[in-house]
Write a protein that binds this ligand. Sequence first.
Ligand SMILES: [Zn+2]
Length: 342
Amino acid sequence: MTSQEQREFIRTLYLSDIHRHFDGSIRPATLWELSEKYYSAVPGLDYEQFRHYLQWDESQDSTLLDYLDKFHVPLQYTQFYDNIRRISYELAEDAYNDGVRLLELRINPLIHRRAGLTSRQVLAATRKGFDAFTETHPDFRVGIIVIAMRNHGGNMARILLREIVGEREDFHNGAGVVGFDIAGHEAPFPPVLFKEAYALATRMGLKTTAHAGESEGPERIWEALENLGPDRIGHGTSAGQDVELMRRLARDGIYLEVCLSSNLQTGAVASLADHPLPKFLEAGIKVALCTDNPTVSSTTLSREYELAMTTFGFSEDDMRRIARMSCQGTFLAAGCPEAGGG
Ligand SMILES: [Zn+2]
């Protein structure tokens, strides 16, 4: 199959991305425009140089720190209601143009509050942007996953949950919050700190996922399962080292949200060929193929599907199955519209 044929085949799939971050998915051109608006110019930079601060460049970037550096520039612009709304609209549009029809976008409201917005206002701006897009694209489904940062601790996670209860999907006609997640540095902030927050999220009617086993070993995934009881695990890359854990994930139907480019760039795997995705499938684990951060990783979901086909030699049937599973893993109340098909 030529790469052109591969791309055409992928265009026929119903694509769902259930692990994508707001901050890592912003159009560089929009941030460039905002910086010109705010500061009249970006001193000493042309657009290409500016873009380097936002997007992975294989020829210059190689470490986790290079990856995390890409999240700094957007934050000065994502503190304002209108910008968050616009970015959310564009983010939906970019996903749609790539063939994505179901999107779960995760956002940590606290880091967008530095100009005085409340957590609810941050989420309301996100909802408004999504609603404006779905109004003209009714075949696009979208929901929000709220992230608590690990380094803010478990109590802050519970406070955040209480703040945003009114943003739940079932309180609104359009998009709303469907899930809860923790992200950030794994080692000093183990899952046990968030045990009560996850119990609260579940009582609030939210589904749950947790970043785990990305930069740390399988024991962190075990701890997440024992303490948080999540429906899905973000990445879970190191589960590939633990047969017992893979058995457990398969038995309990716990999804792994797999992000190939991101895992390579942050060093979670040494090469794409080393990625445990084929092992996960063989073990009967449900997986969703996702982007994590399309802008930061210089990728799209269809590109990630291409990478999976090229790297692992997956067949069209394999890819159909992955696309179907990715959709069925959704937290949206309406579920996966493709549940029976594909
Ligand atoms: Zn992530």
